[in-house]
Design a protein around this ligand. Structure first.
Ligand SMILES: Nc1ncnc2c1ncn2[C@@H]1O[C@H](COP(=O)(O)OP(=O)(O)OP(=O)(O)O)[C@@H](O)[C@H]1O
Length: 359
């Protein structure tokens, strides 16, 4: 599965580009501020309907323009190509097209175009708050478990509604009806997350063994509330405390992935380069599991590939990426930085002042 073509219009400093892509490695090389990350950001926009750099659409649309446009052609199994498109206007209106049909949801776009992003700020996954690791887990569960999206949206809505009720409720009876549904869905989601992590953990451990053989890395899943207690029981038991707090203190919205090296949090042990490799190992493991579980392949977007990595580690990462047979987009400031990645089927794009040329 790969994008064969990418058309971008009025996105950051890119006025217009139409790129014919390689199904393996696509290198974006150019000076600082030339627009390399903007190409990756446009691809991310096509898969998620949002930027990974700004929540404000106005920042992403090219200055003085009213709308941006990203269009891709996705080669799936067989000969057929699926056209995908997103158009976003300054007033916030979004139009998503899949297979030429408008009115599609962003979640459907995310479903057909699984992307994995690795940026120099990607350490957040390891050292940032639990929300980064929850979204790591949920990316995978979303792709392998068709019921997840609906169940998780419902849990978020029910928890919000519960938090509002906690501020006025006089007795647990006022919440119990809603909690029944919440408890069932929370248990289901936690089980999916747990199963997913079990599978990914094995793959991540094997990749880490190659990247960081000197460390014994452990991944532990925390479902968001104590072990062995059914969620329904916890909600009842914590009612008074939740009322005092004004929100639901425990639950799947507090789930986390605890990552340690010999019992110590990773940020206290690993160097920046090692942290980057660990992030790459986790994301590669997710991609491999996706292919195994669904037959789909994810597309890797790697911004500033060389940062923090010595040439030996770059070669290791390049090798592992090649083995996945996935489509990869890599940005770098110079060709030297990607020398370890030579790929006969790859394509090189030169980026300069928002203009992108192949060659
Ligand atoms: N909305 C916008 N309209 C026009 N230009 C923009 C907009 N937003 C950002 N820019 C400019 O786009 C350029 C591209 O930035 P980008 O981050 O893509 O560069 P880069 O090649 O990845 O740089 P680096 O190597 O430093 O990471 C920057 O010069 C930035 O000032």
């Amino acid at each position: 599965m790969a994008l064969t073509r990418l058309i971008v219009k009025d996105f950051r400093n890119i006025e217009a580009c139409d790129l014919s892509l390689s199904a393996s490695f696509n290198f974006l090389v150019g000076a600082n501020g030339s627009g390399k990350t903007s190409v990756l950001e446009a691809l991310h926009y096509l898969g998620h309907g949002r930027s990974f750099r700004s929540h404000l659409t106005g920042r992403v649309i090219r200055h003085e323009q009213q709308e941006l446009f990203v269009h891709g052609r996705l080669q799936t199994d067989g000969e057929l190509e699926l056209p995908l498109g997103i158009n976003k206007k300054r007033d916030g209106t979004t139009e998503v097209k899949i297979g030429g049909e408008g009115g599609q949801k962003l979640a459907q776009l995310a479903q057909v175009l699984p992307l994995q992003l690795i940026t120099p700020e990607g350490f957040e996954l390891l050292i940032g708050g639990p929300k980064y690791r929850r979204s790591f887990i949920d990316w995978g569960v979303f792709h392998v478990e068709p019921q997840f999206y609906h169940a998780w949206s419902r849990v978020k809505r029910l928890t919000k509604q519960r938090n509002a009720l906690l501020k006025t409720a006089r007795s647990y009876r006022e919440l119990s009806y809603w909690d029944q549904e919440l408890a069932v869905l929370a248990e289901e989601i936690s089980e999916w997350r747990s199963q997913y992590l079990e599978a990914v953990k094995r793959k991540a451990a094997e990749i880490c063994q190659g990247f960081l053989p000197e460390f014994d890395i452990q991944l532990g899943y925390y479902r968001g509330w104590e072990k062995d207690t059914p969620y329904a029981e916890l909600l009842t038991r914590n009612f008074e405390r939740d009322c005092q707090l004004g929100y639901t203190a425990s639950g799947p919205h507090k789930a986390d992935l605890r990552i340690k090296v010999a019992g110590t949090p990773v940020e206290d042990v690993l160097s920046r380069g090692q942290l980057k490799l660990m992030v790459c190992a986790l994301r590669l493991a997710q991609g491999l599991h996706l292919t195994e579980a669904t037959g789909k392949q994810c597309i890797y977007l790697i911004d500033d590939f060389a940062s923090e990595l010595d040439s030996h580690r770059r070669a290791l990462l390049a090798q592992r990426l090649k083995e996945t047979n996935a489509q990869v987009f890599i940005s770098a400031i110079s060709r030297d930085q990607i020398a370890e990645m030579h790929d006969e089927n790859g394509k090189m794009f030169h980026v300069e002042h928002g203009k992108i040329t192949a060659g």
